[in-house]
Design a protein around this ligand. Structure first.
Ligand SMILES: [Zn+2]
Length: 163
C-alpha cells in the first residue's frame, strides 16, 4: 500500500492509495453492471436511467482527469442520489458519489475551477459497509460527491411523481 498525499484540484488535502482506488473502481463497475445492467450507478430506477442519458455530456470536463489520476472511474459512481425534484421544470438535481481508498478531512467543501460544486469528506457511514464488502478490506475511504443540478427529463417515461 502506497499512500500519496495530494493537493487535489490544488485545494483538497487528501491521502490516496491510487492502486487500491483503481482496484475498488473496477469492483464498483462490476457491481453496477451486475446490479443494474440496463441502469446506472447500480440502480434501475427511472431517475437514474434518466441521468444516464445526459451524464457523460454533463460531467464536469475539468474533473475527468483529476479523478482518473487518483484511480476513480468517473463513469461509475457508486450512487446517484436525488437531491431535489423540480416538478415545474421537469428536472431533477442529483449528487453522484465517488470513493477513493485513503483519507480526507471531514466536511471539506469547495468549488472547482470550473465552478462545479463538489463536496469531499472522510468516510460516509452510509457507504462504509458496501465499500468494505467490495474492496475486501477494512481500509478507510474518502468520498467525492459531485452535484448534477437540474438534469432535464429526457426519458420516454412519465416524470416521477412524489408525495
Ligand atoms: Zn435510482
Amino acid at each position: 500500500m502506497s499512500v500519496a498525499r495530494v493537493k487535489w484540484l490544488g485545494e483538497a488535502d487528501i491521502a490516496v492509495d491510487v492502486d487500491a482506488t483503481r482496484a475498488l473502481a473496477a469492483r464498483i463497475a462490476e457491481r453496477n453492471q451486475q446490479t443494474a445492467p440496463a441502469g446506472f450507478a447500480g440502480c434501475d430506477c427511472a431517475e437514474c436511467r434518466n441521468l444516464a442519458l445526459s451524464f457523460d455530456e454533463r460531467f464536469p470536463e475539468s474533473l475527468k482527469k483529476p479523478l482518473t489520476e487518483i484511480g476513480i472511474d468517473w463513469k461509475q459512481p457508486l450512487e446517484a442520489a436525488r437531491l431535489v425534484c423540480h416538478e415545474a421544470e421537469r428536472a431533477i438535481s442529483h449528487a453522484c458519489e465517488f470513493f477513493f481508498v485513503g483519507h480526507a478531512p471531514p466536511h471539506l467543501h469547495f468549488v472547482s475551477s470550473g465552478g462545479d460544486y463538489i463536496n469531499i469528506t472522510g468516510e460516509d457511514p452510509r457507504f462504509g459497509g458496501l465499500l468494505r464488502q467490495l474492496h475486501g478490506s477494512d481500509s478507510a475511504f474518502g468520498n467525492i460527491s459531485i452535484d448534477f443540478p437540474n438534469v432535464p427529463w429526457l426519458l420516454q417515461e412519465p416524470f416521477p411523481e412524489y408525495d
